[in-house]
Design a protein around this ligand. Structure first.
Ligand SMILES: *[C@@H]1O[C@H](CO)[C@@H](O)[C@H](O)[C@H]1NC(C)=O
Ligand SMILES: *[C@@H]1O[C@H](CO)[C@@H](O)[C@H](O)[C@H]1NC(C)=O
Ligand SMILES: *[C@@H]1O[C@H](CO)[C@@H](O)[C@H](O)[C@H]1NC(C)=O
Ligand SMILES: *[C@@H]1O[C@H](CO)[C@@H](O)[C@H](O)[C@H]1NC(C)=O
Ligand SMILES: *[C@@H]1O[C@H](CO)[C@@H](O)[C@H](O)[C@H]1NC(C)=O
Ligand SMILES: *[C@@H]1O[C@H](CO)[C@@H](O)[C@H](O)[C@H]1NC(C)=O
Ligand SMILES: *[C@@H]1O[C@H](CO)[C@@H](O)[C@H](O)[C@H]1NC(C)=O
Ligand SMILES: *[C@@H]1O[C@H](CO)[C@@H](O)[C@H](O)[C@H]1NC(C)=O
Ligand SMILES: *[C@@H]1O[C@H](CO)[C@@H](O)[C@H](O)[C@H]1NC(C)=O
Ligand SMILES: *[C@@H]1O[C@H](CO)[C@@H](O)[C@H](O)[C@H]1NC(C)=O
Ligand SMILES: *[C@@H]1O[C@H](CO)[C@@H](O)[C@H](O)[C@H]1NC(C)=O
Length: 339
């Protein structure tokens, strides 16, 4: 009647693994923030014949201070209330195989391995094979900003900033350079840990290219707040805009001298340029360079088109006014006469 599963009581002997008597489902490794609480996700199960879930009574936490093999000091918590060294609270219902525990106000000295023990007479066992290692840090986790890749203008995207939340009862406060009334909430992850996020949908335009989004997570801790920040820079593709054509030299060009037409445009990725010359029967493609150089022989109307994979934009017309040698001579004479 009085079964004792001796092998698994107060032993840290890893050759006993896997332990088929009690299997604790813990994250294995978890990080905590000093001065904050930690909610430890915890489930357990057993297939041992003495195990009767309806009788699950006591959940016990052991700390691997040295080795807890016969060391009663190793017991830091007993849900019966007999031991509670760190004001732990087992908030899970043991009869539902839930041993979720809240560890308030952690200190860096609490960094250690912890083991779960379940007692429901005559069953009692410690899972030494699945310890929970808690690492208590002094500085908080930087939040992460999630933006889809390959951003284009006119696209509507969801930007999310999320932060690890050790203590769902006092989650970090997230703020960012986007709108402050963003959708925000604390969510449970599949592994039982929590994440706090803020989210906003934005419709992208060229003005978002190079825009910095910074997000800060303020963790409430005993005696103040601890803050960490993350920044990302958006890279948004957009079709050409502000496309314009200019001429050098400006004004009248004497016949046969060099004319330079320059096309400029703002686009991401940078555009290709095509120069057209207007004729009676439409336009002809005369150059595919950003700067079109030619020797002026006759008047002409030119324009350029800037193109990238998102679209194209046409500049306004530019007039090339050629003045012949003969006229230059006449004008020279005319001018001389007045002096
Ligand atoms: C661990 O357990 C095995 C068998 O269960 C035993 O042979 C071995 O001596 C134990 N080792 C220690 C360090 O207790
Ligand atoms: C328990 O503590 C001892 C002594 O510090 C160490 O050697 C051992 O690795 C620890 N065990 C676990 C599971 O952390
Ligand atoms: C936990 O408390 C119960 C009730 O006081 C006691 O029977 C049990 O032995 C304790 N367990 C440990 C490991 O201290
Ligand atoms: C979170 O949402 C609430 C309303 O749901 C809003 O009042 C609050 O300003 C939001 N907080 C942040 C940081 O966006
Ligand atoms: C953002 O867009 C998604 C999908 O398009 C939608 O499900 C969500 O409700 C939107 N969120 C807000 C805050 O508008
Ligand atoms: C964005 O951040 C980078 C690096 O911190 C900085 O060089 C740049 O000037 C910022 N851009 C804007 C628009 O503030
Ligand atoms: C911590 O942050 C909260 C929320 O922003 C604020 O109300 C409080 O004054 C801050 N506490 C300290 C000590 O800075
Ligand atoms: C560029 O074009 C936009 C409209 O597309 C206009 O609002 C802006 O003033 C232009 N900028 C310059 C420098 O011409
Ligand atoms: C312009 O002409 C060049 C050379 O003939 C050709 O490669 C290019 O595809 C033409 N571009 C357009 C937009 O017609
Ligand atoms: C323009 O004219 C100059 C001199 O008349 C000549 O050397 C040059 O090759 C010409 N350039 C072009 C592009 O026709
Ligand atoms: C500019 O785009 C329009 C429609 O998007 C297309 O019909 C036209 O051929 C394009 N022009 C050039 C020069 O690529």
């Amino acid at each position: 009647l009085c079964h004792q599963i001796k092998v698994f009581i107060f032993t840290g002997n890893l050759t006993d693994c896997p332990n088929k008597v009690l299997i604790a489902n813990l994250p294995g490794e978890i990080e905590a923030l000093s001065g904050s609480c930690l909610q430890i996700p915890c489930k357990f199960k057993s297939t041992h014949h003495t195990y009767d879930i309806t009788k699950a009574k006591n959940g016990v936490w052991l700390q691997n201070k040295t080795t807890f093999k016969t060391n009663p000091e190793a017991v830091i918590f007993n849900s019966s209330g007999s031991v509670n060294k760190n004001s732990l609270k087992m908030i899970g219902n043991l009869r539902e195989e839930d041993c979720t525990t809240v560890f308030p106000d952690l200190k860096t000295s609490h960094t250690d391995s912890y083991f779960l023990r379940i007692q429901s007479w005559p069953f009692r066992a410690t899972d030494v094979c699945h310890p929970l290692h808690i690492t208590v840090k002094d500085s908080p986790w930087s939040p992460s900003i999630n933006v889809p890749s390959d951003l284009k203008e006119h696209q509507s995207v969801t930007v999310t900033c999320s932060a690890f939340t050790p203590c769902p009862h006092s989650p970090p406060e997230l703020t960012w350079t986007l709108q402050q009334d963003s959708f925000n909430q604390t969510e449970k992850n599949t592994d039982g840990t929590f994440t706090t996020k803020i989210q906003e949908n934005i419709t992208l335009s060229d003005t978002h290219d190079g825009y910095n989004i910074s997000c800060s997570a303020k963790y409430p801790v005993i005696g103040g707040n601890k803050t960490a920040e993350t920044e990302v820079t958006l890279s948004v593709s957009y079709a050409p805009r502000n496309t314009s054509a200019s001429i050098s030299p400006s004004g009248l060009v004497s016949a046969g001298s060099l004319v330079e037409l320059m096309c400029s445009s703002r686009a991401k990725p940078p555009p290709r340029f095509t120069w057209f010359r207007n004729n009676k029967d439409g336009a002809t493609n005369v150059s595919v360079e950003q700067v079109y150089r030619f020797n002026g022989t006759q008047r002409g109307k030119f324009y350029c088109v800037a193109t990238n994979h998102l679209g194209n934009q046409t500049s306004s017309f530019i007039l090339v006014n050629i003045i012949s040698e003969k006229r230059v001579f006449l004008m020279f004479c005319l001018l001389s006469m007045f002096h």
